[in-house]
Write a protein that binds this ligand. Structure first.
Ligand code: CAA
Length: 448
């Protein structure tokens, strides 16, 4: 069977940076540790005045295509995953294709374009669509371009404001991929939930505390569903576990539950029993509540063991490094986690070829999906070509007053006055937003 998976990957971060401990926390009258320790975030990325989901996506895609010497005729499909779309009809992929046609010879007239929506999980769903299209033999030797791009902004004053971010991930899906092969096996956990939604509004309505519970509940279902097709999973199965990362503190909770699940009825549970006891079994309790409480106490003891800490430090923590510096990128977030973990391995001379990733995606509303990826021989070369640190370091730090201004610039309900839209950085070698056309369409141009 032909291997299908991610052949190449690129990111583009919003070019502004807000330091959460130094700038945001004091302005909000909050402790910096709530951000750095509680949520696990140091900074958020924001788009400059001339950036949006199209420019960020197109800039990531252009670098990917240039690096791999691709032309539009090599690509038979462009899917954009976003929950920040500004048009209910014309998909963002058409704008991104239009941008790319400005700088590459040829066109995408024979590429199928679309836009995927299911909150943050749609990036992974677009990978799925591309995988299925290639496996079905409909690609005519061409690759699929998947772009996950978002400006994850919350209304001013919303608790979610702490977890904002903006950026795009572009991925090339192909046969015999250089980076990772996707597993055929998948698990889903999906239910009609009201945790986070945008009913025809730009900023989300969020029940933050509930959204955390829904994330965990759907993820548990997805793991069980995955195990029903792939067999029980074990902590040693995966070199890294990239999760959807709205903020690293969320993953800290999810990882503890995942580990607890994986070690149940294994030698690890027995080895830890002297130190923390065995996991409470449901049958031993009179009520759900008593069982839940005992499980929660067991989990608290578990995460304090050396065994858990070592596993977390090796398999989960490396996937959070980039997220800590950029915040939530919604659809791109789990793909940033994959990059982050692989980048850490490269920097620490860990050879991952042939090892597996357990990828855990989530979208509010709500759905979780779990699948495995096998790391390919070309992974190190692909990750080495990314300039993540350079992009992060090149961002311009903004003050809280500047943050308030940029939030207004990107707020569709605030009229943009000429004096408000002065840019903070100077664009160079990238696509920029260039105003509106006669039918309300957005216009873009490439700045040399
Ligand atoms: N020192 C150390 N830790 C501190 C602290 C301090 N001084 N002050 C607070 N903390 C800790 C808290 O204990 C808490 O950690 P635990 O949950 O482990 O107890 C953490 O910092 C956050 O503090 P709060 O719970 O008080 O923060 P909050 O209520 O203001 O907001 C939130 C938290 C509800 C998650 C909010 O950020 C939010 O609404 N975010 C948007 C929704 C979201 O991201 N949900 C995640 C699941 S949904 C999803 O994944 C989809 C998506 O992308 C949106």
């Amino acid at each position: 069977m032909t291997a299908v998976g991610i052949d190449a990957i690129e990111i583009h971060t919003g070019k502004l940076r807000v330091d959460l401990a130094e700038t945001f926390a004091p302005a909000k009258g909050e402790s910096p540790e709530k951000y750095t320790k509680g949520l696990g975030l140091n900074a958020s990325s924001f788009p400059d005045t001339y950036e949006d989901i199209v420019t960020m996506g197109a800039n990531a895609a252009r670098r990917l295509m240039e690096r791999h010497g691709l032309s539009p005729s090599d690509i038979g499909r462009i899917d954009v995953a976003t929950e920040s779309a500004f048009d209910n009809s014309k998909p963002v992929s058409t704008y991104i294709a239009g941008c790319l046609e400005q700088v590459f010879d040829g066109d995408f007239h024979h590429a199928n374009k679309g836009e995927r929506k299911f909150a943050c999980i749609s990036g992974t769903q677009s990978l799925d669509d591309a995988y299925n299209w290639i496996k079905a033999g409909r690609n005519r030797g061409r690759s699929a371009l998947v772009v996950a791009t978002d400006t994850a902004l919350y209304a001013r004053g919303d608790a979610g404001e702490a977890t904002q971010g903006a950026g795009a991930v572009a991925m090339l899906i192909d046969e015999d991929p250089d980076l990772v092969e996707l597993s055929t096996e998948q698990g889903y956990g999906s239910a009609d939930e009201t945790d986070f939604l945008k009913p025809n509004q730009q900023f989300p309505s969020v029940d933050g505390k509930r959204s955390v519970q829904v994330y965990l509940a759907r993820m548990r279902e997805a793991v069980e569903d995955y195990e029903s097709v792939a067999g029980d999973i074990h902590p040693e199965d995966f070199a890294l576990l990239p999760f959807h990362t709205p903020f690293p503190g969320m993953v800290r909770k999810a990882a503890a539950l995942a580990y607890r699940h994986m070690i149940r009825d294994t030698a690890i549970e027995e080895e830890l029993a002297d130190e923390i006891g065995r996991q409470p079994r449901f049958e031993a309790f009179d009520s759900d509540e008593a069982h839940r409480e005992a499980m929660s106490e067991y989990t608290d003891r578990l995460v304090d063991t050396d065994r858990y800490r070592e596993w977390y430090a090796e398999v989960v923590d490396p996937t959070l490094t980039v997220s800590r510096e950029v915040g939530n990128w919604y659809t791109g977030s789990v793909h940033v986690a994959r990059i982050s973990g692989l980048k850490h391995a490269l920097e620490n001379d860990i050879d991952l070829a042939g090892r597996r990733l357990g990828v855990a995606s989530y979208g509010s509303g709500a759905q979780a999906e779990v699948h495995a990826e096998t790391i390919q021989d070309g992974w190190a070369e692909e990750i080495a070509a990314l300039q993540v640190d350079e992009q992060l370091a090149a961002r311009r730090d903004i003050s809280f007053e500047e943050y308030e201004r940029i939030h207004d610039v990107h707020n569709h309900d605030v009229d943009r006055q000429a004096e408000d839209v002065e840019e903070f950085t100077t664009p160079s070698g990238e696509f920029v937003f260039d105003g509106w056309g006669r039918m309300g369409e957005r216009k873009y141009r490439f700045v040399e």
